[in-house]
Write a protein that binds this ligand. Structure first.
Ligand code: SAM
Length: 172
């Protein structure tokens, strides 16, 4: 099932709760410059990284900054990308050759010849989480209400110390 269908709105508008961002932060130095390429200032990635001292550049279609036509000089690229175009997103990230971490649905991740070749030919790591992540459909919502029937993982490159890392999340 496609993540955009899971979100129920037929698009990629579902937003990450703070508890799902906690586990990646310890792998990102707090003096690093981070590009969040699918994020507005409302994004919890942007807020949490700024709160711990990171310099953050948020770009988004909404401000006329298409990821595929934008380049920000940075140390890390971190976000939850639009899943409907995840292969194109990962392709560009590997081409940019910057450390990155993308929160992404694990189901079907390896199931295409294109992605098979991408993962075979590029350095990557995966962070597995102990619980499924639920997402907000609006930043103003009090609780995340979009519950995909599969796990989300952080697909990373040059961020995690090992190929597979296990982290626990605490929903709040
Ligand atoms: C899954 S949402 C996640 C939003 C945010 N990163 C978060 O975690 O709360 C992905 C966002 O990427 C935006 N988007 C889709 N295509 C894009 C593109 N080509 N360039 C920049 N943003 C894009 C969508 O409008 C959507 O808001």
């Amino acid at each position: 099932m496609k993540m955009d269908k899971v979100a129920g709105s037929g698009n990629d508008e579902f937003y990450t709760p703070r508890y799902a961002i906690d586990p990646i932060l310890k792998y990102v130095p707090n003096d690093a410059t981070v590009w969040c390429p699918f994020d507005t200032e409302e994004s919890n990635f942007v807020k949490m990284l700024k709160e711990r001292g990171n310099t953050v550049v948020a770009t988004h279609l909404q401000s006329g900054q298409d990821f595929f036509e934008t380049y920000i000089d940075c140390d890390y690229i971190i976000s939850n990308p639009p899943y409907s175009i995840k292969a194109d997103v990962l392709d560009r990230l590997f081409t940019l050759d910057k450390p990155f971490a993308m929160l992404i649905g694990v189901v079907g991740l390896f199931e295409s010849q294109r992605r098979f070749e991408m993962f075979r030919d590029n350095p990557f790591e995966i962070m597995y989480l102990n619980r499924r992540v639920a997402y907000f459909k609006d930043y103003a919502d009090e609780k995340p209400s979009l519950n995909p029937p599969f796990s989300s993982v952080y697909l990373c490159s040059k961020v995690l110390p090992e190929r597979i890392v296990f982290e626990e999340i605490t929903k709040r």
